[in-house]
Design a protein around this ligand. Sequence first.
Ligand SMILES: [Zn+2]
Length: 53
Amino acid sequence: MPKAHTMYKVDKSGKVTPNKRACPRCEKGTFMAEHFNRYACGRCGYSEFKRKE
Ligand SMILES: [Zn+2]
């Protein structure tokens, strides 16, 4: 059986994260950490609040 999971980025905990939010300030491929109410970039410090639905 082929290893289909190689298509996805898997972090150390084994959690699959195919759709992380990319930082608009940093170069492509820099992803922001998700917090309970916002996203934050650990590289440049940019943060973006989530919209309440
Ligand atoms: Zn950034």
